[in-house]
Write a protein that binds this ligand. Structure first.
Ligand code: ZN
Length: 307
Protein backbone atom coordinates (compact mmCIF):
# COMPACT_ATOMS: atom_id res chain seq x y z
CA UNK A 1 0.00 0.00 0.00
CA UNK A 2 1.32 3.42 -0.86
CA UNK A 3 2.34 5.47 2.12
CA UNK A 4 -0.15 8.26 1.50
CA UNK A 5 -2.98 5.76 1.21
CA UNK A 6 -1.79 4.01 4.33
CA UNK A 7 -1.76 7.20 6.34
CA UNK A 8 -5.21 8.11 5.09
CA UNK A 9 -6.58 4.74 6.10
CA UNK A 10 -5.00 5.18 9.49
CA UNK A 11 -6.37 8.64 9.94
CA UNK A 12 -9.96 7.80 9.16
CA UNK A 13 -9.95 4.95 11.64
CA UNK A 14 -10.59 7.27 14.47
CA UNK A 15 -8.65 7.45 17.62
CA UNK A 16 -10.55 5.72 20.37
CA UNK A 17 -9.46 8.08 23.11
CA UNK A 18 -11.97 9.51 25.46
CA UNK A 19 -11.76 13.13 24.37
CA UNK A 20 -8.82 14.74 26.15
CA UNK A 21 -9.68 18.14 24.77
CA UNK A 22 -10.27 20.75 27.37
CA UNK A 23 -13.31 22.72 26.32
CA UNK A 24 -11.81 25.94 27.65
CA UNK A 25 -8.78 25.49 25.41
CA UNK A 26 -6.51 24.97 28.40
CA UNK A 27 -3.79 22.32 28.56
CA UNK A 28 -4.99 18.82 29.35
CA UNK A 29 -5.25 18.05 33.05
CA UNK A 30 -3.20 15.26 34.62
CA UNK A 31 -6.10 12.81 34.63
CA UNK A 32 -6.73 13.49 30.93
CA UNK A 33 -3.07 12.87 30.13
CA UNK A 34 -3.07 9.65 32.15
CA UNK A 35 -6.28 8.45 30.49
CA UNK A 36 -4.90 9.15 27.02
CA UNK A 37 -1.69 7.30 27.83
CA UNK A 38 -3.62 4.22 28.94
CA UNK A 39 -6.34 4.32 26.28
CA UNK A 40 -6.53 1.52 23.73
CA UNK A 41 -4.85 2.25 20.42
CA UNK A 42 -7.06 3.17 17.50
CA UNK A 43 -7.79 0.15 15.29
CA UNK A 44 -5.46 1.45 12.59
CA UNK A 45 -2.60 2.15 15.00
CA UNK A 46 -3.05 -1.30 16.51
CA UNK A 47 -3.28 -3.06 13.16
CA UNK A 48 -0.28 -1.16 11.83
CA UNK A 49 1.79 -1.84 14.95
CA UNK A 50 2.46 1.90 15.21
CA UNK A 51 3.25 1.71 18.90
CA UNK A 52 5.47 -1.35 18.82
CA UNK A 53 8.75 -0.63 20.59
CA UNK A 54 12.04 0.01 18.81
CA UNK A 55 15.36 -0.22 20.61
CA UNK A 56 16.71 3.36 20.90
CA UNK A 57 20.07 4.09 19.34
CA UNK A 58 22.47 6.78 18.17
CA UNK A 59 21.70 7.73 14.56
CA UNK A 60 24.70 9.97 13.94
CA UNK A 61 26.62 12.59 15.88
CA UNK A 62 24.45 13.90 18.71
CA UNK A 63 21.16 12.68 17.20
CA UNK A 64 19.36 9.68 18.71
CA UNK A 65 16.25 7.69 17.84
CA UNK A 66 13.74 7.49 20.72
CA UNK A 67 10.51 6.79 18.81
CA UNK A 68 8.46 3.66 18.19
CA UNK A 69 8.83 1.17 15.37
CA UNK A 70 6.70 3.38 13.10
CA UNK A 71 6.40 6.86 14.60
CA UNK A 72 9.51 9.03 14.73
CA UNK A 73 10.78 10.78 17.85
CA UNK A 74 14.31 12.09 18.11
CA UNK A 75 16.66 13.43 20.76
CA UNK A 76 19.34 15.98 19.85
CA UNK A 77 21.67 16.13 22.83
CA UNK A 78 23.99 18.94 23.91
CA UNK A 79 25.92 19.73 27.05
CA UNK A 80 23.40 22.49 27.80
CA UNK A 81 20.28 20.35 27.50
CA UNK A 82 18.45 18.49 24.80
CA UNK A 83 15.90 18.95 22.03
CA UNK A 84 13.14 16.34 21.73
CA UNK A 85 11.44 16.25 18.34
CA UNK A 86 7.87 14.97 18.61
CA UNK A 87 6.18 12.81 21.21
CA UNK A 88 4.47 10.19 19.01
CA UNK A 89 1.11 8.76 20.16
CA UNK A 90 -0.34 9.49 23.60
CA UNK A 91 0.30 5.83 24.36
CA UNK A 92 3.96 6.20 23.24
CA UNK A 93 4.99 8.56 26.01
CA UNK A 94 6.15 5.81 28.41
CA UNK A 95 8.30 4.33 25.64
CA UNK A 96 9.86 7.66 24.76
CA UNK A 97 10.68 8.32 28.43
CA UNK A 98 12.17 4.83 28.79
CA UNK A 99 14.14 5.19 25.55
CA UNK A 100 15.70 8.45 26.71
CA UNK A 101 16.63 6.81 30.02
CA UNK A 102 18.01 3.68 28.31
CA UNK A 103 20.37 5.84 26.26
CA UNK A 104 21.74 7.32 29.48
CA UNK A 105 20.02 10.69 29.26
CA UNK A 106 17.72 12.40 31.75
CA UNK A 107 14.35 13.66 30.55
CA UNK A 108 14.74 16.60 32.93
CA UNK A 109 17.54 17.79 30.63
CA UNK A 110 15.12 18.11 27.71
CA UNK A 111 14.73 21.88 27.33
CA UNK A 112 12.66 22.05 24.14
CA UNK A 113 10.00 19.78 22.67
CA UNK A 114 9.64 20.59 18.96
CA UNK A 115 6.32 19.62 17.39
CA UNK A 116 6.48 18.66 13.71
CA UNK A 117 2.71 18.88 13.22
CA UNK A 118 -0.50 18.80 15.22
CA UNK A 119 -1.72 15.27 14.53
CA UNK A 120 -2.44 12.80 17.32
CA UNK A 121 0.21 10.31 16.22
CA UNK A 122 3.05 12.85 16.54
CA UNK A 123 2.06 15.23 19.31
CA UNK A 124 -0.24 12.94 21.29
CA UNK A 125 2.57 12.19 23.73
CA UNK A 126 3.76 15.77 24.07
CA UNK A 127 1.56 16.68 27.06
CA UNK A 128 2.93 13.76 29.09
CA UNK A 129 6.51 14.41 28.01
CA UNK A 130 6.14 18.08 28.85
CA UNK A 131 4.83 17.14 32.29
CA UNK A 132 7.81 14.83 32.81
CA UNK A 133 10.44 17.28 31.58
CA UNK A 134 9.16 20.82 32.07
CA UNK A 135 10.50 21.56 28.58
CA UNK A 136 9.27 24.47 26.50
CA UNK A 137 6.91 23.44 23.70
CA UNK A 138 7.67 24.80 20.24
CA UNK A 139 5.50 24.57 17.12
CA UNK A 140 4.97 26.10 13.74
CA UNK A 141 2.94 29.29 14.10
CA UNK A 142 -0.01 27.99 12.10
CA UNK A 143 -0.32 24.81 14.24
CA UNK A 144 -0.55 26.62 17.53
CA UNK A 145 -4.35 26.71 17.68
CA UNK A 146 -4.60 22.99 16.98
CA UNK A 147 -2.05 22.09 19.66
CA UNK A 148 -3.79 24.29 22.20
CA UNK A 149 -7.26 22.93 21.41
CA UNK A 150 -6.15 19.30 21.14
CA UNK A 151 -7.20 18.69 17.54
CA UNK A 152 -6.93 20.07 14.04
CA UNK A 153 -10.27 21.30 12.69
CA UNK A 154 -9.80 20.04 9.11
CA UNK A 155 -9.07 16.77 7.36
CA UNK A 156 -9.55 13.22 8.68
CA UNK A 157 -7.46 13.91 11.77
CA UNK A 158 -10.10 16.37 12.99
CA UNK A 159 -11.72 13.30 14.52
CA UNK A 160 -8.57 12.21 16.35
CA UNK A 161 -8.09 14.40 19.43
CA UNK A 162 -5.03 14.43 21.62
CA UNK A 163 -4.14 15.97 24.99
CA UNK A 164 -3.97 19.72 24.47
CA UNK A 165 -0.81 21.62 25.40
CA UNK A 166 0.17 25.23 25.82
CA UNK A 167 2.66 26.30 23.15
CA UNK A 168 5.48 28.35 24.68
CA UNK A 169 6.92 29.64 21.43
CA UNK A 170 5.99 29.49 17.77
CA UNK A 171 8.42 29.49 14.88
CA UNK A 172 8.27 30.65 11.30
CA UNK A 173 10.46 29.83 8.33
CA UNK A 174 14.19 30.06 9.06
CA UNK A 175 13.75 30.71 12.79
CA UNK A 176 16.44 29.05 14.92
CA UNK A 177 16.80 27.59 18.40
CA UNK A 178 20.23 27.06 19.96
CA UNK A 179 21.33 24.93 22.90
CA UNK A 180 24.93 24.15 23.80
CA UNK A 181 26.25 24.98 20.35
CA UNK A 182 23.59 23.01 18.45
CA UNK A 183 21.36 25.19 16.32
CA UNK A 184 18.07 23.85 15.00
CA UNK A 185 16.66 25.71 11.99
CA UNK A 186 12.92 25.63 11.29
CA UNK A 187 11.63 25.19 7.74
CA UNK A 188 7.95 25.83 7.14
CA UNK A 189 6.63 22.90 5.10
CA UNK A 190 2.83 23.37 5.21
CA UNK A 191 0.20 21.24 3.53
CA UNK A 192 0.02 18.09 5.65
CA UNK A 193 -1.04 20.55 8.36
CA UNK A 194 -1.13 24.33 8.21
CA UNK A 195 1.91 24.69 10.44
CA UNK A 196 3.84 21.57 9.46
CA UNK A 197 7.47 22.35 10.31
CA UNK A 198 10.65 20.50 9.34
CA UNK A 199 13.97 21.10 11.08
CA UNK A 200 17.63 20.86 10.14
CA UNK A 201 20.71 20.62 12.35
CA UNK A 202 24.39 20.21 11.44
CA UNK A 203 26.14 17.19 12.96
CA UNK A 204 29.60 15.64 12.95
CA UNK A 205 29.93 11.91 12.27
CA UNK A 206 32.23 9.51 14.08
CA UNK A 207 34.74 9.94 11.25
CA UNK A 208 34.79 13.72 11.71
CA UNK A 209 32.79 14.41 8.56
CA UNK A 210 30.13 17.11 8.64
CA UNK A 211 26.53 16.34 7.75
CA UNK A 212 23.15 18.03 7.79
CA UNK A 213 20.22 16.18 9.35
CA UNK A 214 16.71 17.04 8.21
CA UNK A 215 13.67 16.00 10.25
CA UNK A 216 10.82 15.99 7.71
CA UNK A 217 7.42 16.95 9.09
CA UNK A 218 5.41 15.05 6.46
CA UNK A 219 4.88 15.50 2.73
CA UNK A 220 1.69 13.41 2.38
CA UNK A 221 -1.82 14.63 1.58
CA UNK A 222 -2.96 12.38 4.40
CA UNK A 223 -6.50 11.90 3.12
CA UNK A 224 -7.30 15.60 3.12
CA UNK A 225 -9.62 17.13 0.56
CA UNK A 226 -7.83 19.23 -2.04
CA UNK A 227 -11.02 19.92 -4.05
CA UNK A 228 -12.61 21.66 -2.25
CA UNK A 229 -9.67 22.68 -0.14
CA UNK A 230 -9.59 21.23 3.39
CA UNK A 231 -8.33 24.64 4.46
CA UNK A 232 -7.87 27.75 2.33
CA UNK A 233 -4.62 27.62 0.42
CA UNK A 234 -3.76 23.95 1.00
CA UNK A 235 -2.90 23.36 -2.67
CA UNK A 236 -0.58 26.36 -2.73
CA UNK A 237 0.91 25.28 0.60
CA UNK A 238 1.84 21.86 -0.81
CA UNK A 239 3.31 23.40 -3.97
CA UNK A 240 5.33 25.86 -1.88
CA UNK A 241 6.60 23.02 0.30
CA UNK A 242 7.73 20.82 -2.60
CA UNK A 243 9.54 23.81 -4.14
CA UNK A 244 11.06 24.72 -0.80
CA UNK A 245 12.37 21.22 -0.14
CA UNK A 246 14.02 21.22 -3.57
CA UNK A 247 16.22 24.04 -2.27
CA UNK A 248 17.19 22.28 0.98
CA UNK A 249 20.41 20.34 1.26
CA UNK A 250 20.59 17.53 3.79
CA UNK A 251 22.36 14.19 3.64
CA UNK A 252 20.69 12.53 6.63
CA UNK A 253 16.93 12.27 6.13
CA UNK A 254 14.76 11.55 9.16
CA UNK A 255 11.05 12.09 9.56
CA UNK A 256 7.82 11.67 11.44
CA UNK A 257 7.11 8.21 10.02
CA UNK A 258 9.76 5.49 9.89
CA UNK A 259 8.78 4.69 6.30
CA UNK A 260 9.92 8.13 5.12
CA UNK A 261 13.56 7.27 5.78
CA UNK A 262 13.79 3.45 5.92
CA UNK A 263 14.43 3.26 9.65
CA UNK A 264 14.57 -0.53 9.72
CA UNK A 265 16.84 -0.99 6.69
CA UNK A 266 19.28 1.76 7.64
CA UNK A 267 19.42 0.65 11.26
CA UNK A 268 20.18 -2.90 10.08
CA UNK A 269 23.08 -1.62 7.97
CA UNK A 270 24.33 0.42 10.90
CA UNK A 271 24.15 -2.59 13.22
CA UNK A 272 26.07 -4.59 10.60
CA UNK A 273 28.94 -2.14 10.91
CA UNK A 274 28.32 0.90 8.70
CA UNK A 275 28.61 4.01 10.93
CA UNK A 276 27.28 6.16 8.07
CA UNK A 277 24.26 3.99 7.28
CA UNK A 278 21.96 6.99 7.66
CA UNK A 279 24.03 9.22 5.36
CA UNK A 280 22.20 9.32 2.05
CA UNK A 281 22.74 12.24 -0.29
CA UNK A 282 19.69 11.54 -2.46
CA UNK A 283 17.06 10.36 0.04
CA UNK A 284 15.50 13.77 0.69
CA UNK A 285 15.12 14.72 -2.96
CA UNK A 286 13.89 11.25 -3.90
CA UNK A 287 11.20 11.47 -1.21
CA UNK A 288 10.26 14.96 -2.34
CA UNK A 289 9.97 13.93 -5.98
CA UNK A 290 7.89 10.88 -5.13
CA UNK A 291 5.57 12.76 -2.81
CA UNK A 292 5.10 15.64 -5.28
CA UNK A 293 4.11 13.10 -7.93
CA UNK A 294 1.64 11.48 -5.53
CA UNK A 295 0.25 14.92 -4.64
CA UNK A 296 -0.28 15.81 -8.31
CA UNK A 297 -1.94 12.45 -8.97
CA UNK A 298 -4.24 12.96 -6.00
CA UNK A 299 -5.08 16.51 -7.11
CA UNK A 300 -5.89 15.30 -10.62
CA UNK A 301 -8.05 12.52 -9.20
CA UNK A 302 -10.01 14.93 -7.03
CA UNK A 303 -10.45 17.43 -9.89
CA UNK A 304 -11.82 14.79 -12.24
CA UNK A 305 -15.59 15.30 -12.58
CA UNK A 306 -17.69 12.44 -11.34
CA UNK A 307 -19.42 10.71 -14.23
ZN1 ZN B 1 0.17 13.73 10.20
Amino acid sequence: MRLATCLFAAAIALNSLASPVNEAGKPAADDQIDAAEKAPLSPAAAAGHWNDPFVPFKIIGNVYYVGTSHIGAFLVVTNAGHFLLDGALPQSAPQVRANIRALGFDIHDVKYILCSHAHFDHVGGVAALHRASGAKIISGARDRDALESGRVDYGPSADAPFPAVRVDQVVNDDDTLTLGGATMTAHSTPGHTKGCTSWTVPVTGSDGAHHTVLFHCSPTVGGQSLVPEAFPGIINDFRTTFAKVRTLRADVLLGSHAEFFDLVGKRARQTAGDPNAFVDAVALQNLNTDMERQFNEELARQRKPLI
